[in-house]
Design a protein around this ligand. Structure first.
Ligand SMILES: Cc1cc2nc3c(=O)[nH]c(=O)nc-3n(C[C@H](O)[C@H](O)[C@H](O)COP(=O)(O)OP(=O)(O)OC[C@H]3O[C@@H](n4cnc5c(N)ncnc54)[C@H](O)[C@@H]3O)c2cc1C
Ligand SMILES: *[C@@H]1O[C@H](CO)[C@@H](O)[C@H](O)[C@H]1NC(C)=O
Ligand SMILES: *[C@@H]1O[C@H](CO)[C@@H](O)[C@H](O)[C@H]1NC(C)=O
Length: 566
């Protein structure tokens, strides 16, 4: 019988695990090496080795309604995209509301987690912790939830570049970056076009004399904002879209979405365009990057080749002199020093985990890794669902397949991802947002039943199927059902609009509903046509159909249609 569960880390993932263990009648004991909750989102002025570190201006790239815990909506007055300090405030509210703090041992680091000699029978673990006075303590646990995060060990490839030893400027990782102050009036190079790279390059470009932004591959850039200024993730992550993505020819989806993006600013003109198609990889989320390029403060560059004194040389042979600093936004390496090494390394250096959670080699499934994945959507609702699933598995209420089956599923999924992410370590991390959530929800027994919903509560069905896939959907029924879930879904757009209501404005036009129906009918028609037509040969026909549809959308938007109210 599983009873006591060790939770390693009290970031957002650890907090969710404590709450879910309590829901399921288990006894969580959480160890947190720092002196506070929040993990990554707890901003600190100083750097501490082996700890996450964020820059002062970091704002979430996923919106509040999409990234909240499923039974704890964010306060209505919070802005839609939260500064790190407000997200930290939300975690505090969550921890206080569910009384989670008393299960956390702060300033206590987990040093090792190892199977007990009788593990094949009991599934128990020996956990060694060390507190701030250096005192070691041994504990026995029935299960372990690893929530230690994967942004602690910066990957800094400086030595890959010839001439780095004699470079006169400063080289450092984005992990060390807090503020743009030190870049005032200087010429700065930012290397690596991830979300942090984008944020940091844009921020520095407001202070520096000139900022160069080097990228090997280029990227598609999307904003936080969709049409009408609504949060893009709420418009994009819907069950309808998820089905369309599956049914429609992939090239058509790519083509239409790329066209819409290039309509705002041409990725070729702005020297951003990558080789890959838009839907192949996670795009960069940044609202300000094109504007900085437009005014010439930020200059896109190809791969860095070498350093030369105070200059940097790029792959295309161009040289930029007098570079005072180079900031490498080249990501992190996940590592779990406290876990038995056999669990950590796959054949190609990737962490082999069944459905990103369970090491397949254990005789008893009593260890779960949470938050070790990447997706085109918010992390927290997925971690919460991972925890709900893991706890069911610990208790034997949900079963994992045989080891060989798990290994073959892992391999198949990795192979599929390799098309978009050629690096095996990256490939192993990717999951599709709604399909992955639904898979786990099915295991837990909380996947929304759309058929039943349509018959019993059509109003709610419209919101669940056509509207954003907000986490509350997974609290409508089944284990862990929350009585407030229906209301949370019905009121989600109110919480989106509330922070904007800071000044009275004349009433908006009416007549939206009819326009909306026209749009839906047009959409349904074209989907059916696209599905009926053969996928490759009819490409030109479908492209014109998409074009027509796009025109129709722009027309509707121009005459006052918005998708608000969904
Ligand atoms: C720059 C940046 C921006 C991001 N923006 C978003 C976003 O907008 N939306 C989104 O959904 N996701 C975002 N993410 C992803 C982010 O990782 C998750 O949102 C989330 O913070 C992960 O939480 P976590 O609890 O898993 O890990 P962390 O927040 O890293 O917490 C891990 C905790 O474990 C503790 N710990 C580690 N090792 C030990 C040990 N051995 N013993 C005891 N304690 C230990 C640490 O001290 C820490 O408190 C972003 C990530 C980065 C790097
Ligand atoms: C995008 O287009 C590429 C190339 O046409 C294709 O290989 C890929 O599968 C498409 N991806 C999606 C999700 O549409
Ligand atoms: C938000 O930024 C983080 C950090 O770069 C990244 O890991 C995550 O995938 C981003 N989220 C989305 C939806 O792109």
């Amino acid at each position: 019988m599983v009873r006591r569960v060790a939770v390693v880390g009290a970031g957002s993932s650890g907090l969710a695990c404590i709450k879910i263990c309590l829901d399921e009648g288990l006894e969580p004991v959480c160890f947190e090496s720092s002196d506070d909750i929040g993990g990554l989102w707890k901003f600190k002025e100083s750097l501490e080795p082996e700890r996450t570190s964020i820059y002062r201006s970091l704002v979430a790239n996923t919106s509040k309604e999409m990234m909240c815990f499923s039974d704890f909506p964010m306060p209505a007055h919070f802005p839609n995209f939260l500064h790190n300090s407000m997200l930290q405030q939300y975690f505090r509210l969550y921890a206080e509301h569910f009384d989670l703090l008393r299960y956390i041992h702060f300033q206590t680091t987990v040093k090792s987690v190892a199977q007990r000699p009788d593990f094949p029978q009991t599934g128990q673990w020996d956990v060694v912790t060390i507190n701030k006075d250096g005192e070691e303590k041994e504990h026995i646990f029935d299960a372990v939830m690893v929530c230690s995060g994967h942004y602690t060990h910066p990957f800094l490839p400086v030595s890959d570049f010839p001439g780095h030893e004699t470079f006169s400027g400063r080289c450092f990782h984005s992990w060390e970056y807090k503020d743009p102050d030190s870049c005032k009036g200087k010429r700065v190079l930012v290397v690596g076009i991830g979300n942090s790279g984008g944020d940091i390059a844009v921020e520095i470009s407001r202070f520096a004399d000139k900022t160069f932004f080097s990228t090997r591959q280029g990227t598609w850039v999307i904003g936080r904002m969709s049409s009408s200024g609504l949060p893009l993730d709420m418009i994009a992550i819907t069950r309808l879209n998820s089905i369309l993505m599956f049914l429609l020819p992939k090239t058509l989806v790519n083509w239409t979405a790329e066209r819409a993006l290039n309509h705002r600013y041409d990725h070729t003109l702005y020297a951003l365009k990558p080789k890959h198609r838009l839907m192949d990889k996670r795009p960069l989320i940044n609202d300000d990057l094109p504007g900085r390029i437009l005014i010439g403060k930020l200059v896109m560059k190809p791969s860095l080749r070498e350093f030369k004194g105070s200059a940097v040389v790029f792959e295309d042979g161009t040289v930029e002199e007098n570079i005072a600093a180079v900031i490498f936004c080249t990501g992190y390496i996940a590592n779990f020093p406290f876990l038995p090494p056999v669990l950590c390394g796959g054949p190609r250096g990737e962490f082999t985990l069944y459905k990103r959670v369970f090491p397949p080699s254990l005789q008893q499934p009593t260890l779960a890794v949470l938050g070790l994945f990447q997706t085109k959507g918010p992390i927290m609702p997925i971690v919460e669902m991972q925890a709900r699933w893991a706890v069911r598995v610990f208790k034997g209420l949900s079963r994992l397949p045989k080891k060989e089956k798990m290994l073959s599923i892992i391999e198949a999924e990795r192979k599929r991802n390799m098309k978009s992410y050629p690096c095996p370590r990256q490939a192993a991390l990717q999951v599709d947002y709604i399909p992955y959530l639904d898979f786990m929800a099915k295991e837990v027994g909380v996947r929304p039943n759309l058929m039943r919903l349509l018959l019993r509560d059509p109003g709610l069905w419209v919101k669940v199927f056509l509207g954003p896939c907000t986490p509350y959907q997974y609290r409508l029924s089944g284990p862990g059902q929350w009585a407030g879930a229906r209301q949370a879904i019905l009121s989600q757009w109110e919480r989106v609009t509330q922070p904007f209501r800071t000044r009275a404005v004349p009433e908006p036009q009416t007549g939206r509903f009819t326009l909306y129906s026209v749009w839906l009918i047009a959409l349904a028609g074209s989907v059916m046509t696209a599905v009926l037509l053969s996928k490759s040969e009819m490409m030109p026909v479908m492209q014109s159909a998409a074009l027509l549809l796009d025109r129709c959308r722009i027309f509707l938007r121009d005459v006052g249609f918005t998708s608000e109210g969904l």
